[in-house]
Design a protein around this ligand. Structure first.
Ligand code: C2E
Ligand code: MG
Ligand code: MG
Length: 383
């Protein structure tokens, strides 16, 4: 998969200069001066890299960043401008806070050597997964969910598992989702990926119930899945196929994904709730949602991001943030779940702060289905 660079700039001479250098570094390059064309190409050509001029006559760079964020664009973005550094820095913050991957800012005029160095350092990873390898893996069944336990902190009983995808690669071992979920998102395969995990996790849950195992599962959805209008119907039909009561299934959506297109998200999420599924807002605290929007969305659970949980026993600030999020969840009638609890001390602090459910290495790692069942019986014996 070669790197595709899209340049949007109102000075054609400048674009031509960047194009020449980038092609020398092995990039495929398209340039445009037209904001509408820029938007069409980001959707249809799916650039891996974008060079964005901040100052454009019709649609400025900040508006384009907002558009890219709304589209959950995964490209590496470089912001360019002749403006002073503070303006460029502010634009960078606007992009990063909306979840975009802003890798650099450049002050015009540029020197070819500086540009070449940047482009060389920004090639996609050598070990990047190709779109077609992912397609094969999806159809071969190499991509499977692992299950990580969630435990009720008051009664100390397991409440279920989060399904976390793993690619069991024949040569490269078990690959974590951050290696291939972005490839699925960028190559239009995210619907198949989410179907694969939902199908396997629901089938597993149905099997566990027939085996007399009382469990629930949580399944992650990508923000891009929220583009499919029939999503709720499809997931409902799948649950029907495997005889799974809807209330045993939670869908997790990250805060950033839910807020990228709040109206569309609200529509689909509400329909999932009407069908009986539960909803969780994932990685809470890392995105930015307005409290009004949060309150409007029909979430049942707020999942506090592990970056706050990990040291909440030691760092006063993290502890205050975790406590505030737990109170927020309770005040909005949601349950508070903490992910990333790695030590006994963190578990203890979370109990003290009135958290409801915990998940983390201190309790159990993500495991293949048979190991998850073994974990349940060991837990029952030990507690
Ligand atoms: P997430 O949904 O926030 O999942 C929690 C991540 O934290 C998991 O990483 C889990 O293994 C990790 N984790 C759990 N406990 C601990 C702990 O105590 N310490 C530390 N350091 N980490 C812990 P994982 O499995 O690598 O998944 C990463 C992300 O990939 C997930 O974050 C989720 O956003 C995404 N993902 C996983 N499976 C799927 C899927 O089926 N579909 C989609 N769209 N995304 C998925
Ligand atoms: Mg999750
Ligand atoms: Mg999370």
């Amino acid at each position: 998969m070669s790197d595709r660079l899209l340049i949007v700039d109102d000075e054609p001479d400048f674009s031509t200069f960047v194009k020449r250098v980038a092609e020398g570094c092995g990039y495929q390059v398209r340039t445009t001066t037209n904001p509408a064309e820029f938007r069409t190409w980001t959707r249809e050509w799916r650039p891996t890299h974008i060079f964005l001029d901040l100052v454009m006559p019709e649609v400025d760079g900040v508006e384009q960043l907002r558009f890219l964020a709304g589209d959950l664009c995964a490209a590496r973005i470089v912001i360019m401008s002749g403006f002073d550094a503070r303006v460029v820095d502010a634009a960078r913050r606007i992009g990063t806070e909306r979840g975009l991957d802003i890798v650099a800012t450049l002050q015009k005029p540029l020197r070819a050597a500086e540009l070449r160095q940047l482009l060389e350092s920004q090639h996609s990873d050598e070990d990047t997964i190709s779109e077609s390898a992912l397609r094969d893996a999806l159809s071969n069944g190499e991509i499977r969910p692992y299950y990580q336990p969630k435990v009720d902190i008051r009664s100390w009983t397991p409440v279920g598992f989060e399904a976390l995808l793993r690619w069991c690669h024949p040569h490269r071992g078990v690959l974590p989702p951050d290696k291939f979920v972005p490839v699925a998102e960028a190559s239009g395969q995210i619907d198949q990926l989410s179907s694969t995990v939902a199908r396997q996790a629901l089938e597993q849950l149905g099997q566990w119930r027939r085996d007399g195992i009382d469990a629930r599962v949580a399944i992650n959805l990508s923000g891009l899945n929220l583009h499919e209008e029939a999503l709720a119907d499809r997931l409902d039909a799948l649950a029907g196929t495997y005889g799974v009561p809807r209330e045993l299934v939670t869908f997790e959506i990250t805060e950033t994904a839910a807020m990228a297109q709040p109206l569309r998200a609200l529509d689909i999420l509400t329909r999932l709730r009407i069908k009986g599924f539960k909803l969780s807002i994932d990685d809470f605290g890392t995105g930015f949602s307005s409290l009004v929007q949060l309150h409007r969305m029909p979430f049942c659970e707020l999942k506090i991001d592990k970056s706050f949980v990990q040291d909440c026993d030691k760092a006063r600030e993290a502890r205050v943030i975790v406590k505030t999020m737990i109170d927020l969840a309770h005040n909005l009638n949601m349950s508070a779940v903490a992910e990333g609890a790695e030590t006994e001390a963190v578990l203890h602090t979370l109990a003290e702060l009135d958290c409801d459910v915990v998940q983390g290495y201190a309790l159990g790692r993500p495991m293949a289905a048979p190991a998850a069942v073994a974990w349940l019986s060991e837990w029952a014996t030990a507690h």
